[in-house]
Design a binder for this molecule. Structure first.
Ligand code: PMP
Length: 421
């Protein structure tokens, strides 16, 4: 499969070879690196992609959830073009940032005040800074298998080489009792608990019903702030996954799709916490960033959240994803394989082990091999997924597109059955 992949992509290979001479590994985004070389894309439209060697794909990667609106929504393009016409970044506040902030505050239950960043990574860093400033405490709890950005990566069974100089305490995702006990034990040392209400890059693993309430109760007792990283999961309902689960954190971080696909991050929450940044107050915490309010993101975000992705659209997308995941799992069950898909709504990930998968795990070499094979076979079938087997549906994806994915998975299971668990 790998040889066939390489033979069909001479231009991607050449692009990689040239980039490798001037960039370590030939790219600048770890998640897009894989051997022998990644496919280079030339163009996208709606939920279709064309690579530089002329292959067409159904895009079910959805830019790791940032591509919610597809590649060419005319309303987003118009907003960006109009902002461009008025001049790129004016070193001043503009009207759109307050508009976008109002849209976000109106949507997410925990967010009374919000500030913008360039990325989800920065949003999480700033949320932790806010929590530490507000509580006057230092330590932060994170989950093994959690992902909150390049410097906030906490792989299972390994350690992150790049991290923040902050005292960290680790807990296991979905271990309600263990995490709550650790929070209580840390007591007044602990400033914040940072958690994804569903693990995203850790394998699209939803929180068990008791997990988030246990974190909420324990942090309320000790005075640590509960921070939900909803960079990916905020798409799961009009008010994010927090609204769906009913567990309301003190702070929430956002990113990905919210600026219509332009660079984006945001963090917000309780007014009294966010007030640490209020420039009207003496000693306010600084939060600078040249592109925090860049005019393209602000303009695109207003249209994306104000005109396109409303409550009805969020519910419909969630339902479409739930239905797709059920069909994929039914196909795996019919074939009698342990392969299955976890996730919620429009985000799902494939696993090559017997379920239910409720904890993140370090995959075995055999699993890694199957994951690569799945990715390559899907490419061959004209379906572009995240390399790790994650799907994030975008709004342009139709029922017929979902049918096509189900058929491709059925074919994979039939063709590769001897290799599957
Ligand atoms: N948090 C989560 C849950 C994410 O999935 C990501 C990105 N995949 C981030 C934070 C970091 O966002 P960014 O890549 O915009 O820095």
């Amino acid at each position: 499969a790998r040889a066939r992949y390489a033979a069909a992509r001479p231009r991607s290979a050449a692009i990689h070879a040239r980039a490798r001479a001037v960039m370590p590994g030939g790219n600048t985004r770890t998640v897009l690196f894989y051997t022998p070389f990644p496919t280079a894309m030339a163009r996208g439209e709606g939920c279709r992609l064309w690579d530089v060697d002329g292959h067409e794909y159904l895009d079910l990667c959805g830019e790791y959830t940032a591509g919610l609106f597809g590649h060419s929504d005319p309303r987003i393009l118009a907003a960006v073009r109009e902002a461009l016409e008025r001049g790129i970044n004016l070193a001043a506040v503009g009207e759109n940032e307050g508009r976008l902030a109002a849209l976000i505050v109106g949507r997410f239950p925990s967010v009374e005040l919000v500030r913008f960043t360039n990325s989800g990574t920065e949003a999480n860093i700033m949320a932790l800074a806010a929590a530490r400033a507000f509580t006057g405490r230092q330590t932060v709890m994170v989950m093994r298998g959690g992902y909150h950005g390049g410097v906030l990566t906490f792989p299972v069974g390994g350690s992150s080489a790049v991290s923040l100089p902050v005292p960290l305490l680790f807990a296991d995702y979905n271990d309600a009792e263990g995490a709550a006990a650790a929070i209580r034990q840390a007591g007044e040392e602990l400033a914040a608990v940072l958690v994804e209400p569903m693990l995203g890059s850790g394998g699209c693993i939803p929180a068990r019903p008791e997990f988030l309430p246990a974190l909420r109760a324990a942090t309320r007792e000790t005075g640590a702030l509960l921070v939900f990283d909803e960079v990916m999961t905020s798409r799961h309902g009009p008010g994010g996954l927090q609204q769906r689960t009913g567990v309301i954190p003190d702070l929430t971080t956002l990113g990905k799709y919210i600026a219509g696909g332009m660079s984006f991050g945001a963090f917000g929450g309780r007014a009294e916490v966010m007030a640490v940044f209020d420039g009207h107050r003496p000693g306010a915490l600084p939060h600078a960033g040249t592109f925090n309010n860049n005019v393209l993101s602000m303009a695109a975000g207003c249209v994306a959240m104000g005109e396109i992705f409303g409550a009805a659209e969020a519910e419909a997308l969630f339902a479409r994803g739930e239905a797709l995941r059920e069909r994929l799992n039914a196909a795996c069950a019919r074939a009698g394989t342990a392969m299955h898909f976890t996730g919620a709504g429009s985000m799902m990930a494939v696993h090559f082990r017997r379920g239910p998968v409720t904890r993140p795990y370090a995959e075995t070499p055999a699993e890694a091999g199957l994951r690569e094979l799945f990715f390559l076979d899907m490419l061959e079938a004209g379906i572009y997924l995240a390399r790790r087997g994650m799907t994030a549906l975008s709004l342009p994806v139709t029922e017929a597109d979902c049918d096509r994915y189900v058929a491709a998975v059925e074919e994979f299971v039939a063709a590769r059955r001897p290799l599957l668990p």
